[in-house]
Design a protein around this ligand. Structure first.
Ligand code: HEM
Length: 130
């Protein structure tokens, strides 16, 4: 019996955050049973409790965990996450970054125009005063 278990959001939220012995965490669409790792985590058990039963992908990536940390994950793999979560977090982040870049580009492009407009406005008003 080597069939992969597929967890639902219901499994994660209820079962996965209920007791200290059965904590589940979702990272990049995979479910990890983290109870045995609580005492070993260099970042402390509190952050793990905080993410139990939830999608911890963003929290995990925000810390910038090492390759070693990613290898440790494999040890606690228990099954696949709910449908659609595998791709969820990462593209959302890069889409946001892309949007940020586009906004920045648009703004710097407008700056010289704003300066020219200000110069004309200044000229217009100062010539009217004379
Ligand atoms: C089961 C999932 C996780 C594993 C296997 C893991 C593993 C590790 C490892 C090995 C380190 C040492 C530094 C490194 O190698 O990157 C570390 C540090 C850290 N982790 Fe995690 N981690 C997990 C989940 C999380 C989550 C969900 C958070 C935040 C909500 C988190 C927060 C931190 C922090 C803040 C540190 C830095 C501790 C310090 O340098 O003082 N970790 N983790």
């Amino acid at each position: 019996m080597s069939e992969t278990k597929q967890y639902t959001w219901d499994d994660l939220r209820t079962e996965g955050a209920k007791s200290k012995d059965g904590l589940l965490m979702l990272i990049h669409g995979k479910v990890y049973g983290i109870s045995k790792f609580l005492d070993e985590h260099p970042g402390g058990d509190e952050v793990l409790f905080g993410e139990a039963g939830r999608d911890a992908t963003e929290a995990f990536e925000d810390v910038g965990h090492s390759d070693e940390a990613r290898e440790i994950l494999d040890k606690y793999y228990v099954g696949e996450g709910p449908e659609g979560t595998a791709k969820g977090a990462a593209p959302a982040k890069s889409a946001r970054e892309a949007a940020g870049k586009a906004e920045g580009g648009g703004f710097t492009y407008l700056l010289p125009l704003a300066a020219i407009a200000a110069w004309f406005a200044y000229k217009f008003y100062s010539s009217k005063d004379q």
